[in-house]
Design a protein around this ligand. Structure first.
Ligand code: ATP
Ligand code: LTN
Length: 324
């Protein structure tokens, strides 16, 4: 059976962008692939984290996967730091990754600007750890949002380089990126992607926001000049809101535009708030019904399954490289 691998950082509660850009695909892929979905805590610590909050975030991200429909009977759900081979392979791949290619990574450049006081080695090496996550499991596809495309391409390059140096060991995975929803933009600034660690919480709709907060954030969302409810290259704010509406309600943008023809922003935002609130309420009732101890058990079992695959691949890597 073909494999799929992906992960999300436990840096905060997840938002609509994480769902529409990535996790929505995970849920579909688990039906036809051997799926591995990881909570990448070692990536999260490349920016400063409060230990107590991080512990809670790891559990919350796992619960979010489950409440969004990732099924532990179909998918292996686990925490990155529970499988030490991720960090071990990262060291090995560091010896073939080039400084010049890591310097080109746009996420590093952005995060280095954002965290001037903490530009640590881990932040720079982040893409090599991500390549290790992926290559340990030999997946064919890696479902991610647009912003991660460059990292998956680097992963492919590192796989090919290792194979040519030491013989065929890794398969080159393909990024799987949606046509719609691969880059949900911030509500307060449609030129920046919706992000968990945005300076203002008004940028994102967290899946754990209350209906009141959702309505407030949508009513405050930036709109374009003009008054009509229409998408277009020159209307980034409306296009973003229409994309969210369309993906959550399973209607085409054209249909929604027709529905709101002759109506104004206030009506549209009210409709959008309803669509989002309905989705989020269903999610939250599933999330709240999850028992923490049961989730921890799922993560333990997931790590045990992941270890079997990761240990085998790491052994192969060591043998190929001449490590005794
Ligand atoms: P942070 O702000 O802490 O860097 P993030 O919000 O960018 O976090 P990640 O954990 O880095 O989220 O991403 C998890 C997954 O969600 C990745 O596949 C990523 O590409 C996707 N993703 C993140 N933001 C968006 C977005 N705005 N639109 C679509 N997909 C997104
Ligand atoms: N860098 C990713 C998170 C991530 C990931 C992975 C995604 C870490 N390891 C492996 C897919 C596969 C991000 O979303 N910022």
């Amino acid at each position: 059976m073909k494999r799929v691998f992906s992960g999300v950082q436990p840096t905060n509660n997840l938002h609509l962008g994480n769902y529409l850009g990535a996790i929505k695909n995970w849920v579909e892929l688990q039906n036809s692939y051997d799926a591995f979905y990881c909570v990448v805590d070692l990536h999260a610590i490349t920016v400063k984290q409060d230990p107590k909050q991080l512990r809670q975030n790891v559990l919350n991200v796992a619960k979010t996967y489950l409440a969004l429909g990732v099924d532990p009977d179909k998918s292996t759900i686990f925490v990155q730091s529970h499988v030490p081979q991720h960090a071990e392979l990262a060291w090995v791949l560091n010896t073939i990754a080039k400084l010049s290619e890591l310097e080109r990574m746009t996420q590093f450049k952005d995060k280095a600007k954002e965290h001037k006081e903490n530009i640590n080695m881990g932040l720079f090496d982040y893409p090599v750890l991500m390549a290790s996550d992926i290559l340990l499991y030999s997946p064919e596809v890696v479902p991610v949002g647009e912003d991660q495309k460059q990292h998956v391409e680097l992963t492919r390059d590192l796989a090919a380089r290792f194979n040519s140096l030491y013989g065929k060991t890794f398969i080159e995975p393909k990024p799987l990126i949606n046509k719609e929803g691969a880059r949900i933009m911030g509500l307060d600034d449609p030129t920046k992607k919706m992000s968990k660690s945005a300076a203002s919480a008004n940028s994102y709709i967290a899946l754990l926001d209350s209906p009141e907060v959702v309505a407030k954030k949508i009513s405050r969302a930036v709109t374009d000049s003009g008054t009509t409810i229409e998408s277009g290259a020159d209307r980034p704010a409306l296009t973003n809101l229409l994309t969210i509406y369309s993906l959550l309600s399973n209607q085409s943008i054209k249909n929604i535009e027709k529905e709101y023809a002759g109506k104004g922003y206030a009506d549209f935002k009210k409709g959008l708030a309803q669509v989002v609130t309905q989705f989020i309420s269903e999610f939250q009732s599933k999330f709240n019904a999850l028992d923490d101890n049961k989730v921890k058990k799922i993560l333990e079992e997931g790590a045990a399954k992941a270890k079997v695959v990761a240990e085998k691949k790491m052994e192969e890597v060591k043998t190929k490289m001449g490590l005794l």
